[in-house]
Design a protein around this ligand. Structure first.
Ligand code: IMP
Ligand code: ZN
Length: 336
C-alpha cells in the first residue's frame, strides 16, 4: 500500500456527495443535528458513527445522508474542504471533482455552485500540493429544465471563477430518460468551451452509446457496456475511459475485479485511467483502486507510474498545469 499512497495520483472521476468519508458524514451530522440525536442500533448512521461494517444497501443510503447534510452553505463548504483534504492526504495531485448544482431548502442553485467554487479557489492556497477543478454535473433523473439551468449558471459563474470549471459531466440514474433530450444543454456547454466527460455505457444500450458518440465526448465515464462497433469507434477516436473498479463491482455492473474491462482496454492500448467514482459510498481510495488493479492484473510499479503519467494527458488541465504534473511524476520516478 505504501507505494500506491506515495505515488502522485490523478483523479478524474469523483462525485462530491459520494466522496464524503464516514468521518466527514459524522462531522456534518453533528453540525446539523447535534450530538444528542438518538439512533437505533440498526440505523445505518449508527453503524457509521460506531465504525461498523455497512451492507451495500446501507452504503447507497450515504447519497441521501450526504444530500441532507450538505443543504446549507456552511455544511457544503465543510464537505468540499474535507473531500479536497482527503484526496490531498491520499497524495492526489490533480483532482477533477464533479457535482450537481442543486437548490435546497436553504440555498438556491447559484449559491450551491458558487460555494463549491469558492472552496476550490481557496484550496489553491490551503493545499497547493493539489490542483482542483470542477465539472458541474447534469443529473439525468432531474430532467432537461434543471440541465439548462445548470449550464446557464455555469456559463455565468465561469466569468467570476475563470479556469476553475473545465468541463461538464452527465450522470445520475439514466433509466427512464433519453440522451437526446440533454443534447441542447450539453451542446451549449460545449460551445462555451467546457469539455465533455459523460457517463456512457453504464448499462446495456447499444443505440444510446452510438448517439452519445455521434454527439462526441472527451472522456467516457465507466463505459462498462461499450462493445463491438461502439468499442471500435472509441478505439479509433482514442477516447479515454474512466474506470472505477470498486464502484462497478459493488454496483454489480461488472461481476468481479478479474473481469473488469480496465484490463481489456489497457491491453488494447486504449487510453484508460483509474478513478474512485464515490470513495465515501464505496469505502475506497484512489490508492486502493490502483493497488487492486495492480494486484488483480499483475502490473508492475513502473506500469502504475506510467498509468498516472498517461492520465495527465486525459485531464482538462491547461498546458502549464500538465507540464507541472509531468514534472512531479518524473521526479517521483527518478527518486525511486
Ligand atoms: P453530487 O452530484 O455531488 O450530489 O454527487 C452524487 C450524485 O452523483 C448522485 O446523486 C448521482 O447523480 C451521481 N452519481 C454518483 N455515482 C454515480 C454513478 O455511478 N452513476 C451515475 N451517477 C452517479
Ligand atoms: Zn460516476
Amino acid at each position: 500500500m505504501d507505494f500506491y499512497r506515495k505515488l502522485p495520483k490523478i483523479e478524474l472521476h469523483a462525485h462530491l456527495n459520494g466522496s464524503l468519508s464516514n468521518a466527514t458524514l459524522a462531522e456534518l451530522r453533528e453540525h446539523k443535528y447535534g450530538k444528542e440525536v438518538q439512533l437505533g442500533t440498526n440505523d445505518g448512521f449508527y453503524k457509521i458513527l460506531n465504525g461498523e461494517t455497512l451492507s451495500l444497501e446501507e452504503c447507497f443510503k450515504k447519497f441521501h445522508y450526504a444530500h441532507d447534510l450538505t443543504d446549507r452553505r456552511e455544511a457544503l463548504e465543510l464537505a468540499t474542504q474535507r473531500v479536497i483534504e482527503d484526496f490531498a492526504r491520499d497524495n492526489v495531485i490533480y483532482l477533477e471533482l464533479r457535482t450537481t448544482p442543486k437548490s435546497t431548502a436553504h440555498m438556491p442553485k447559484r449559491e450551491y455552485l458558487s460555494t463549491v467554487l469558492d472552496v476550490i479557489r481557496k484550496s489553491s492556497e490551503l493545499h497547493p500540493e493539489i490542483v482542483v477543478k470542477l465539472l458541474p454535473s447534469i443529473d439525468r433523473s432531474k430532467g432537461i429544465v434543471e440541465a439548462e439551468e445548470s449550464v446557464g449558471l455555469a456559463i455565468e459563474l465561469d466569468a467570476l471563477y475563470p479556469g476553475l470549471m473545465v468541463g461538464f459531466d452527465l450522470s445520475g440514474n439514466p433509466f427512464g430518460t433519453k440522451f437526446a433530450d440533454f443534447v441542447p444543454a450539453l451542446q451549449r456547454a460545449r460551445s462555451h468551451g467546457f469539455r465533455m466527460a459523460l457517463h456512457c455505457g453504464e448499462f446495456d444500450d447499444v443505440q444510446e452509446v452510438k448517439e452519445m458518440f455521434d454527439f462526441g465526448m472527451d472522456r467516457i465515464g465507466h463505459g462498462t457496456f461499450i462493445e463491438g462497433e461502439n468499442l471500435e469507434f472509441a478505439k479509433k477516436s482514442r477516447i479515454p475511459f474512466e474506470c472505477c473498479p470498486t464502484s462497478n463491482v459493488k454496483c454489480k455492473t461488472v461481476p468481479s475485479y478479474e473481469e473488469h474491462h480496465f484490463y481489456k482496454l489497457l491491453k488494447m492500448k486504449q487510453p484508460v485511467c483509474v478513478c474512485t467514482d464515490d470513495f465515501g459510498v464505496f469505502e475506497t481510495s484512489l490508492s486502493q483502486e490502483l493497488e487492486i488493479c495492480a494486484k488483480t492484473f499483475n502490473l508492475s510499479d513502473d506500469e502504475m507510474i506510467e498509468l498516472q503519467q498517461n492520465t495527465i494527458e486525459y485531464t482538462f488541465a491547461n498546458d502549464q498545469e500538465k507540464h507541472k504534473l509531468r514534472e512531479t511524476l518524473r521526479k517521483f520516478k527518478e527518486s525511486r
